[in-house]
Design a binder for this molecule. Structure first.
Ligand SMILES: Cc1cc2nc3c(=O)[nH]c(=O)nc-3n(C[C@H](O)[C@H](O)[C@H](O)COP(=O)(O)OP(=O)(O)OC[C@H]3O[C@@H](n4cnc5c(N)ncnc54)[C@H](O)[C@@H]3O)c2cc1C
Length: 306
């Protein structure tokens, strides 16, 4: 069946019914109805201008903190790649494209002797995703180094917002509906010898390696830490460490991480998460909230919770 594209004249890669599972850390999920990988800012602006107002719009980063449901993503899905991955030194900070990987940003900052970026070495996402999630670790987070963010709005207009406009909090930033982060400026805390910064990065990475299933098909922390509590402790106390549902499992190593042991689909991962939420609620009376973003549609025949 031929599908008529609502888009024309774009220079980047546009594909209908594009598979996405291989791009996600969990290796699950259905296709994008339309997947667009823009060449540059102008190309992305044109796609946004052509995108019908009623068409759903999704932005993907490195897909390290999300479950794409098995029915896939309706409408337009945007994935930023090479044209948005530059990292440039700007006096006492860095100007970074949204597709740059957090670890590359940490390494560049370390080589330039800039402090405050070390925690990024342990987070396996892109800078766009880090802003959206206010990613953080080891006492640092993006909010602590973010100077400004450049976005394209849903209608393709470019705006520069100061960090204060994003009301950033624990794993949260407020962006205008449908905004695509394209570039940010990150401000160093100070200067230090590169080798000292590298030592801190190595020590953070070693501690990560010891405590998290980094080489598994996972999505990072599944649930947010409730006020005054740790999600992993509540999950452990409710007897969910190692809990399995098909090939979806709660990690034995870090029980706020879910794993796809091989053949799990997104429905099973989401169902396992809901089982954990129910058991934690029954055991401690605390309601866990998903940190992982769950995007898209379940398969029509599936019983996935919404
Ligand atoms: C092994 C492992 C360890 C992790 N450890 C940590 C940790 O220590 N601390 C932590 O905070 N997180 C951690 N995470 C979670 C994850 O890496 C972070 O949340 C990361 O910032 C997500 O970035 P991403 O590019 O993968 O975003 P995605 O997962 O692709 O997307 C996450 C959200 O950001 C939005 N988004 C992505 N790019 C853009 C953009 N350009 N413009 C607008 N919106 C965008 C998406 O629409 C989605 O809502 C971990 C994950 C894994 C797999």
């Amino acid at each position: 069946m031929t599908v008529t594209s609502p888009f024309s004249g774009l220079r980047g890669r546009l594909k209908a019914q594009a598979p996405l599972a291989a791009r996600t850390w969990f290796r699950t999920g259905g296709p994008a109805e339309w997947l667009f990988v823009p060449q540059d800012k102008g190309d992305l602006a044109q796609a946004l201008q052509q995108c019908p107002a009623a068409m759903p719009l999704t932005v993907l980063g490195a897909c390290s903190n999300l479950i794409i449901r098995d029915g896939g993503l309706p409408g337009l899905t945007i994935r930023l790649a090479g044209g948005f991955a530059s990292i440039e030194q700007d006096r006492d900070g860095l100007i970074v494209g949204a597709a740059a990987l957090d670890s590359s940003v940490a390494e560049t900052a370390a080589r330039a002797g800039m402090t405050g970026f070390e925690f990024l070495a342990t987070i396996p996402g892109s800078i766009g995703g880090a802003v959206r999630m206010n990613a953080g670790a080891y006492g640092g987070d993006i909010a602590s180094i973010l100077d400004w963010v450049e976005i394209l709005t849903r209608n393709g207009t470019c705006e520069r917002l100061p960090a204060a406009a994003l009301s950033m909090g624990y794993r949260h930033a407020t962006l205008p509906e449908g905004a695509v982060v394209i570039r940010v400026r990150l401000q160093a805390h100070g200067q230090e010898a590169a080798e000292h910064i590298q030592e801190r990065i190595q020590s953070m990475r070693a501690s990560r390696e010891a405590s998290q299933p980094l080489r598994a098909r996972t999505g990072g922390s599944t649930f947010r830490n409730p006020e005054g509590a740790k999600a992993w402790e509540l999950i452990d106390a409710a007897g969910c460490r190692g809990l399995r549902h098909g090939d979806a499992q709660i990690s034995e190593k870090h029980c706020n991480f879910m794993l796809n042991l091989g053949q799990a689909n997104s429905t099973e991962l989401e169902e396992l998460g809901e089982m954990v939420r129910e058991r934690v609620q029954a055991h401690s009376g605390i309601s866990l909230h998903w940190e992982i973003k769950r995007l898209g549609l379940p398969l029509p025949s599936s019983s996935s919770p919404t």
